[in-house]
Structures are given as structure tokens and as C-alpha cells.
Design a protein around this ligand. Structure first.
Ligand code: ATP
Ligand code: ATP
Ligand code: MG
Ligand code: MG
Length: 280
């Protein structure tokens, strides 16, 4: 078949390898989740079970793609960061995006009964779209993650205020929307505090900050291992690197990733190569 007269059609395919030395973000997002939330009666503004399910699916994706250094999720979306030197699928964009989105979808559906106990999943099954975006510098990648976390904060503050006005304040959706028009974050904090006795900063971090998933290395041990490996051949070094990544513990946290603190404590996450420090 390989050399049949039909072979030429292959040349119609476009080569979509992403440029080298760029951090690759694969962002997946739930399709039609506004509708899905209503159908399965998700708690508003945040259904904890559904967020735990998103996070569990993301952990499995991170586990199986060893080139993913970190993932950040909120609402119905997750961003998976592939290391700038990743070579998976020769960095082909569609292969990367579809593989991540389909694995996430499969995990989400298969893990549903565990997290959404007693809620039967029906057609149309939940699905996720996926896209790749390249960031040529750590600084821009950090800004990308900051953008998603800031989005989480803005949406969550709005949604928390909106749903308190509706569920506890007896407003209709339109009334609550009208009341929030033109308000800044200070106003929303004030409404939550004075009308509902809620201190927004005491709301659970999973809602305010979203979720970070990353491979955690024991720096001390790995530092020594690295020195040992550096003296060995490059192929076995690569093999060991892969094993090291597969063995690494996957951490799940709900913390600030906009400031430098998170990154300074874990310089290995965005390190250029093994043994090198964070930096350009
Ligand atoms: P699209 O297919 O274009 O992505 P969508 O309906 O999924 O459309 P989004 O902008 O992705 O639109 O919004 C997702 C919606 O799902 C938001 O309204 C968000 O509040 C809601 N949502 C996601 N996760 C949860 C959750 N755990 N609890 C409650 N609501 C949620
Ligand atoms: P990649 O991830 O690169 O696609 P792959 O292992 O999936 O790798 P393919 O080129 O897609 O490679 O080949 C699929 C393989 O699965 C072929 O060897 C094909 O013969 C086998 N296969 C697919 N469907 C069936 C089937 N129904 N019964 C038996 N073998 C099958
Ligand atoms: Mg969506
Ligand atoms: Mg979304």
C-alpha cells in the first residue's frame, strides 16, 4: 500500500511542527459546560465535585506525558505546559492538542462516577477542545499563567457575588447582573461582606486560586543523581531522565503562581535542562 498510486494525497497534509525552544501550552476547555452545569445541577458558583474531577483528570494527563512540567486549571479549562525542549510528536501541534484533549476527555468521563457519585452520565458525553500556543520566553509563559489565574480570580469574585445575590439575596439573575454592572472588585468584596457576612479572602483557595499540578523532585537526591548521570552516555541519560520524571511525585496545590514565591521555591519546574538553574 505504501507506494500505491494514491500515495500522493499525503502531500496535501500540512506540517505543523511548533518552533523549537518555545514553551508549549496545550489548553483544553470543556465544550458547552454552561449547559452541562445546568443539566447535572452543578452547585453555583462552584461545584466542588466537578472541580475535583477536573483535577483528577489533569493529574492523569500530567502523569502520562512526561514532558509536561506543570498544569494550571480553573473552571472547565486546563493548561498543560510542555517543556521548551519537548520532542513529543516532533512538536506537531495537532498531534499534541488532540492527544491531550482526548486523554483528558477519556479520564474525565471514566472518573465521573467516582467524583459525581449517584449522578449518571448521559449523552452528549462531556468533551474538551484543545489548542496549542507557543511562548518563546519564561517571562511570557509566566505572564500566560498569571493571565489564567487572574481570570480565575475575576470570574470567581463576580460569580460568588452574583450567586449570593441570587441565592441568598432573592434577586433575579437580571437584577443581580444589573446591580453588579460597573462595580470594581472592592465593591464586590463590600457587597459580600456587608450583605452576606462573607470575607472573600477566606473563601476556599481552590475557588480563588484555581489548581496547580506539577512534578515535584527531591532536589537533594536528584542533584546527586544528576551529577552521576552527567558522566554517563547521553542515551542512558535520556532514559534515566524519563524514569526520573515518571517516578516524580505529582503535587496538586491551590496557591498563588502570579508572584515569584512559588517559582523561587521550585526552580526545577522551569529549569532549562537538568542541573541548570531557572533563568534565561
Ligand atoms: P464553550 O464550549 O465555548 O467553552 P462553555 O459553556 O463551556 O462554552 P465557558 O466560557 O468555558 O463556556 O464557561 C464554562 C462555564 O461552566 C462557566 O459558566 C463556569 O462558571 C461553569 N463551570 C465550570 N466548572 C464549574 C464548576 N465546577 N462549578 C460550577 N460551574 C462551573
Ligand atoms: P501512533 O500513535 O503513531 O498512531 P500506532 O501504534 O497507533 O502509533 P498506527 O500507524 O496508527 O500506529 O497503526 C495502528 C496499528 O493498529 C496497525 O498496526 C494496525 O494494524 C493495528 N490495528 C488497528 N486496528 C486494528 C484492528 N481492528 N484489528 C487489528 N489490528 C488493528
Ligand atoms: Mg467551556
Ligand atoms: Mg471555560
Amino acid at each position: 500500500m505504501a507506494n500505491s498510486e494514491f500515495q500522493y494525497v499525503r502531500s496535501f497534509e500540512t506540517w505543523d511542527a511548533l518552533p523549537p525552544s518555545n514553551w508549549i501550552v496545550v489548553r483544553i476547555d470543556g465544550r458547552g459546560f454552561s449547559k452541562l452545569c445546568k443539566k447535572y445541577d452543578f452547585a453555583k458558583p462552584n461545584d466542588r465535585r466537578a472541580l475535583d474531577l477536573m483535577n483528577a483528570a489533569a493529574v492523569e494527563v500530567v502523569r502520562s506525558f512526561v514532558d509536561i512540567v506543570l498544569a494550571y486549571g480553573q473552571s472547565d479549562e486546563y493548561s498543560f505546559i510542555f517543556h521548551e525542549s519537548a520532542q513529543l510528536f516532533e512538536r506537531r501541534a495537532v498531534k499534541l492538542a488532540t492527544s491531550v484533549a482526548t486523554q483528558f476527555t477519556a479520564e474525565y468521563c471514566m472518573l465521573w462516577p467516582k467524583y459525581m457519585q449517584g449522578v449518571e452520565l448521559e449523552r452528549p458525553w462531556p468533551t474538551f477542545d484543545g489548542r496549542c500556543v507557543c511562548y518563546p520566553k519564561r517571562k511570557i509563559l509566566r505572564d500566560y499563567l498569571a493571565w489564567r489565574q487572574a481570570d480565575c480570580h475575576i470570574n470567581n469574585l463576580y460569580n460568588t457575588t452574583f450567586w449570593n445575590l441570587v441565592l441568598k439575596g432573592g434577586r433575579t439573575g437580571t437584577e443581580a447582573e444589573e446591580e453588579l454592572k460597573g462595580t470594581v472588585s472592592g465593591d464586590k468584596n463590600e457587597i459580600l461582606f456587608t450583605k452576606f457576612g462573607i470575607n472573600y479572602n477566606k473563601e476556599d483557595e481552590i475557588y480563588r486560586k484555581g489548581t496547580v499540578v506539577y512534578r515535584a523532585y527531591d532536589l537533594e537526591v536528584n542533584g546527586q543523581e544528576r551529577n552521576k548521570e552527567a558522566t554517563e552516555g547521553s542515551k542512558s541519560q535520556l532514559e534515566k531522565e524519563k524514569k526520573r520524571k515518571m517516578k516524580a511525585k505529582i503535587e496538586v496545590e491551590h496557591c498563588d503562581i502570579i508572584g515569584d514565591g512559588f517559582w523561587e521555591k521550585r526552580p526545577y519546574i522551569l529549569a532549562s535542562k537538568r542541573g541548570e538553574d531557572y533563568g534565561e
